[in-house]
Design a binder for this molecule. Sequence first.
Ligand SMILES: Nc1ncnc2c1ncn2[C@@H]1O[C@H](COP(=O)(O)OP(=O)(O)OP(=O)(O)O)[C@@H](O)[C@H]1O
Length: 313
Amino acid sequence: MEPILRISGLSHRYSSTWAIRDIDMEIYQNGIVGLLGSNGAGKSTTMNILCGVLTQTSGDVFINGVDLRKEPEKAKQFIGFLPQTPPLYTELTVDEYLTHCAILRSVEKENLKSALDEVKHRCGLSHISTRLIRNLSGGYRQRVGIAQAIIHRPKLVVLDEPTNGLDPNQILEVRGLIKEIAVEHAVILSTHILSEVQYLCKDIMMIEGGRIVFADTMEAFDSYVAPNSLLVVMEEAPSADTLSQLGGVARVEFLTERQIRIHFNGDKAVAERIVLASAQYGWRLSEIGMEKNSLNDTFAQLSKVSASKKIKI
Ligand SMILES: Nc1ncnc2c1ncn2[C@@H]1O[C@H](COP(=O)(O)OP(=O)(O)OP(=O)(O)O)[C@@H](O)[C@H]1O
């Protein structure tokens, strides 16, 4: 079966510096792949090449079996792209703008109305068809941005930091929409927010210094970022020495008089021991929660493991 996306040996150099090196990736089915990396890791370079905005120095990109370099127009029919700054014409109404995008995307004239109705329905825009884009909230603007990316029903939808700059409610709404979109399209979502990938994606590809440091399922990833510390709040906290004597505790760090980070090495029963000891000795435990590695720790950890460089989804 022909993959929806196949990237092999993709490398790009701006003047003398390599921005990305030897990236391989294959996507066979719908769902969301998270492209996670810190600033400058190479996400935008990769996505710009994928979407035909930038031509790679070397390597190949095939979209639905079509070579992006050899037949860019044909290959681009299969892609929808929402750049970090959505290309919205704010003086147009939602209908006017989406009609314009549909025409640019070669949607047949007789299918225009149905394409428009369908995309507005899917993106929750039907009730604001005649509103000017400039009067819409950030969340609705982003919905319009997503609508223009899927109006021609592409197989692959590429979203660059789609929740950037939105408030918490808008973030939830847009994430919900992305999940729905991913039922019918393969989606690549670029972000530097780990929790976003954990919430949305079934597969994850991490890029650092222009190279892939991890490519696998979210489940496999989670085992790399297993909790390794607990954050507890105790009104009558004992000394660090006392806490260190609990089985499985590796290190105790007092953040304030009451708030303590307790590091452990893989033994999750530590939490239970803390709760029991607190009840027994009257430490008045009021909060306890697992902490995961920070993204930076995870990157550092992953750079050390010999991660598979090929993702097949
Ligand atoms: N037009 C350019 N000219 C020269 N170097 C560039 C150019 N664009 C990006 N770079 C460099 O290429 C590397 C990868 O950048 P890229 O923008 O792809 O990373 P990113 O992961 O998308 O980061 P961000 O989240 O900050 O956009 C960085 O070192 C960056 O400085």
